[in-house]
Structure formats: structure tokens, C-alpha cells
Design a protein around this ligand. Structure first.
Ligand code: AMP
Ligand code: MG
Length: 482
């Protein structure tokens, strides 16, 4: 009865600067809530022959798999612009699991007890936010966007104290690594060049082996991370995802979406959309995500300065030029992504205006971001606003531009169908499912997950999952996932 774990832990072999060796705090009465068998299979793990009680022991950390070497990772971060020393305050890395193809994945518990980085926190997590991370990260994965994933959630059988008493839970998170911009900030802050070099080499070995023997590793790494992050934020903009807390500690060097706290998907198109209750000034609003990505990359670049050039002025000049180019790279990629959303091949000098006109119309008419593109693909969403004359005029312009494509309507629709999701995790649907889960019923979560795992396909009976929130539910607010 083997599960198939194959731990090979490289991060825990780094010096103690990088981590604290610590075990998860055992929990009182663990109970399995959900397990992701499809993800397990892709990791060459098989839990099908393990009974639920044993699974609860495993995913609560009460019984650690062989080969693990549990640590809490050190990192720092700019939180809403302010630099702080952080670290895994409620997460513990079990180790790195290797798949049959030698792909390496971090297996991490979130909510597994206090560590030396916990500050005033209890090291625990509540069931709602952990299931929310499970749903949204799996949805993001199915939308073909790089992300950490969720393998299991257990209830701990203990209460956590937040505004109310809540059920405690632990999420098992799978990531290609947990290296963050904040990891570099932590090491850079100690001004130990050897350790900074170690971190750069470690990162390159793990994520960017193609520059292993480069003579300009630091600048190459910066370039590659910039490319990955740019692509990631474009993907978020494509599907209307708002991360909500793009602090530098929540920005993965691998380019995966990480740390699902107050994130949510936008319904009505408004570039200023913010869901997080603590984001009072809209720092992480929908349209601010690209400039914040650039800001975070600048913080990453600062860490690398001593390795870019021995002459600090030259290093700063090189790094600044690179970061300053982010806007140009982003603009071009964004334009191409929007062309895909509209099924436009090639390019035309008026494309930007055409796209901006649609976005302006959507904003002025409070049109649903996802459903507007569905409407353009001929998927009915029963909305009267598309009868608006201004919208019809825009359609005429779009059709004129489409004819420049030299391609068929079918090709156009195929491109759009690959780019525009039909279903996203609608906030009210997620909340409904979480409310039921808190009472012990997983029926709605399972229904939701089933629909969300095929977001580009017009499935039967999904109309209720396509509708944006109505009435009071429209004023959606999220809270940090603590
Ligand atoms: P997050 O907002 O989840 O990105 O977390 C920011 C920082 O706060 C990280 O260092 C977390 O480990 C820490 N943290 C969040 N919640 C808790 C908690 N309940 N107990 C201890 N540390 C926490
Ligand atoms: Mg975080």
C-alpha cells in the first residue's frame, strides 16, 4: 500500500539563514474534507487505497510521510509598500516531491501551527479561506494560468479565533517552489554576498537551468523572471482575476500565482475594481496589477544589484533600463492577448482604439467582463444591454476589422474560445459553496469544482454558474485569508 512519495529535499539543505527546522504542531481531531485525486495522479501519488482516517492523519501533519524534512522558510516582503521581515508564520514545507519524470514540487501545509516567524499570529488557518484557496487555485489552473495547486484540506477539530470562532483547517499546497521576491529581499537585507549567490544559483538550478552557465546570471535571471511575471499578469487581466494582495512576499519567482487571500474575479468591468477590505487606496486594483508587477520587479532587481555589476552605478543603470522596459513589453503582450479575446489575427494600427472603445463601453454600461466576450462568441447570456446602439456600432467596427484577418469566422471563434472562459468562480457561488461546507455539506463545492475544471467548454446546465451576482451580493468584499 504505497502512496508513491519520493521526497528529495534541497531547500532544507541550505544554511539556517534560509529556514527554521520545525515540525507541524499536531492537531486534536483531524478529518479529511477534500482530496484532489486528479492532482495526486499527475504527481504519481495514489491515495485511493488509504482510508479517510489515515488520510486525515497525513494531511494534518500528525503523521508525516517518510522522507520529509519539515521547515519554515524565511522571507521578507513589501506589504502595501512597507518593508517587513516575514517568513512562514503558519506554513510548513514538508519537502520536495519528485514525480516519475523528475519534476520537483514543494509540498507545503498551510495552517499547521506556529513557527519562529509567526509574530503575533496563531499559526493556524480557518476552513473557509483554505477551501477558498482550494477552489480558486484549481480554477486558475484549469484556466491554463500558472499557479500553486491544492492537494487536500483537512479540518483540525480545533477552533481558531478570528472575529468569530471558526473551524480550524490545513491546506496542502503544491508549488513548483516557494521562492518569492521576498526570499531575495530577506537574504539581500543581510548583505551576505555568498548567501545571495547561493540563492541565485539555487533558483537558477531549480527554475531556469538554461542560464546555469551564463556569465551574466543575475541580469539573465531578472529578465526571465520579468518575462514570467509579465505573462502571469496578462493572464490575470485576460480572465478578470484580481489577486488582491500583490505584496512582494506573494510574488513567486517561478511565475506561479501564489497566496490566495483576498483574491476574487471581477463581474462588471471596472478597471478600479478592488475586493479586499484592507486595500483602502486601491493599490492592488484590477488595472493597477501591471504597474505593481513592475514595482515588485524593481524590488527584485534591487536585491540583485551587487551581482549585476561590481560597479554599483553601472549595475543600477543596467537594471533600471531593463525594468523601465516592462511597460513596453507588457503593452505589446496585452494588446495581443486582447486581440485573441476578440479573435483578431494579425494587427492593425487601430486595434488599440477598437479594444479601448469596447472596454469603455463595458465600463460605462456596467457590462459583465466574462459574459461580454461570451456574447461576442455567440454564447447567450440573456442580457438586454447588448441591444444598446453604441454596442451595435462597436460590433460593426469589430466585424470590419475581423474581415482584415483573412481567416474564417470559424477560426476567429476558435481563437476566442481558447482565450475567453465561459465560467469563472463567481463570488456568490464560491460563498454559497463555502457556507454549505462550513455546515458539513460538500455538495455545492463539488458541483462548482466540476464546472470550473472545464472553463472554456460550453457545458450543459451551467447557466446558473455564468450569472453575475445580483442585488446585495454585488457588493462583494474579501478579507485576508488569516
Ligand atoms: P499572507 O497575508 O498570507 O501572505 O501572510 C503574510 C505573513 O503573515 C506571512 O509571513 C504569514 O506567514 C503570516 N501569517 C498570516 N497569517 C498568520 C497566522 N494566522 N499566524 C501566523 N502567521 C501568519
Ligand atoms: Mg503570503
Amino acid at each position: 500500500m504505497t502512496i508513491g512519495w519520493h521526497f528529495d529535499n534541497t531547500y532544507s539543505k541550505l544554511s539556517n539563514k534560509f529556514k527554521e527546522e520545525i515540525k507541524p504542531t499536531p492537531v486534536h481531531d483531524p478529518e479529511l474534507v477534500i482530496i484532489n485525486n486528479e492532482l495526486a495522479k499527475s504527481l504519481n501519488l495514489d491515495f485511493s487505497k488509504i482510508d479517510k482516517k489515515k488520510l486525515a492523519e497525513i494531511f494534518s501533519g500528525n503523521s508525516l510521510p517518510e522522507g520529509t524534512n519539515t521547515i519554515a522558510q524565511a522571507y521578507a516582503g513589501h506589504q502595501f509598500g512597507h518593508f517587513t521581515m516575514l517568513g512562514d508564520g503558519r506554513a510548513i514545507l514538508l519537502g520536495e516531491h519528485l514525480t516519475n519524470k523528475n519534476n520537483r514540487y514543494d509540498i507545503q501545509f498551510k495552517g499547521s501551527g506556529r513557527t519562529s516567524f509567526s509574530r503575533s499570529g496563531d499559526g493556524r488557518a480557518a476552513l473557509g479561506p483554505m477551501l477558498r484557496e482550494y477552489i480558486i487555485s484549481e480554477a486558475i489552473h484549469s484556466l491554463n494560468i500558472p499557479t500553486t495547486r491544492s492537494l487536500a484540506v483537512v479540518k483540525t477539530g480545533e477552533k481558531v479565533v478570528r472575529e468569530n470562532l471558526l473551524q480550524g483547517a490545513i491546506l496542502t499546497r503544491v508549488a513548483s517552489s516557494h521562492l518569492r521576491v521576498g526570499t531575495f529581499q530577506y537574504i539581500a537585507a543581510t548583505q551576505n554576498l555568498d548567501e545571495l549567490n547561493t540563492l541565485v544559483d539555487y533558483t537558477i538550478n531549480r527554475h531556469y537551468p538554461e542560464i546555469r552557465s551564463s556569465k551574466t546570471k543575475a541580469i539573465d535571471l531578472l529578465n526571465l523572471v520579468m518575462e514570467k511575471q509579465c505573462q502571469l499578469v496578462i493572464n490575470w487581466m485576460r480572465v478578470g482575476f484580481i489577486h488582491g494582495v500583490m505584496n512582494t512576499d506573494n510574488m513567486a519567482i517561478s511565475g506561479e500565482t501564489i497566496d490566495y487571500g483576498p483574491c476574487a474575479f471581477m463581474d462588471e468591468y471596472n478597471p478600479k475594481t478592488v475586493f479586499s477590505s484592507i486595500d483602502k487606496f486601491g493599490r492592488y486594483a484590477f488595472s493597477n496589477q501591471p504597474p505593481i508587477t513592475k514595482w515588485n520587479l524593481a524590488r527584485f532587481a534591487e536585491c540583485l544589484i551587487p551581482l549585476i555589476d561590481k560597479n554599483e552605478d553601472s549595475a543600477i543603470k543596467t537594471a533600471s533600463e531593463l525594468i523601465d522596459n516592462f511597460q513596453n513589453i507588457f503593452e505589446e503582450k496585452w494588446l495581443n492577448m486582447m486581440r485573441d479575446k476578440l479573435g483578431l489575427f494579425g494587427n492593425d494600427k487601430n486595434d488599440k482604439i477598437l479594444i479601448k472603445n469596447l472596454l469603455n463601453w463595458m465600463k460605462n454600461n456596467k457590462a459583465d467582463y466574462t459574459n461580454t466576450f461570451c456574447h461576442l462568441m455567440g454564447i447567450e447570456t440573456n442580457n438586454e444591454i447588448y441591444k444598446d446602439d453604441n454596442f451595435k456600432n462597436w460590433i460593426d467596427e469589430w466585424e470590419k476589422r475581423s474581415k482584415l484577418n483573412n481567416s474564417s469566422k470559424e477560426e476567429q471563434i476558435n481563437l476566442m474560445k481558447k482565450t475567453n472562459p465561459i465560467v469563472i468562480p463567481r463570488n456568490h457561488k464560491v460563498e454559497e459553496a463555502l457556507t454549505d461546507a462550513d455546515k458539513g455539506s460538500l455538495k455545492k463545492i463539488n458541483e462548482l469544482l466540476k464546472v470550473l475544471c472545464n472553463p472554456y467548454f460550453d457545458q450543459e446546465n451551467i447557466r446558473e454558474f455564468q450569472q453575475p451576482a445580483q442585488g446585495i451580493n454585488k457588493k462583494y468584499q474579501t478579507f485576508c485569508g488569516t
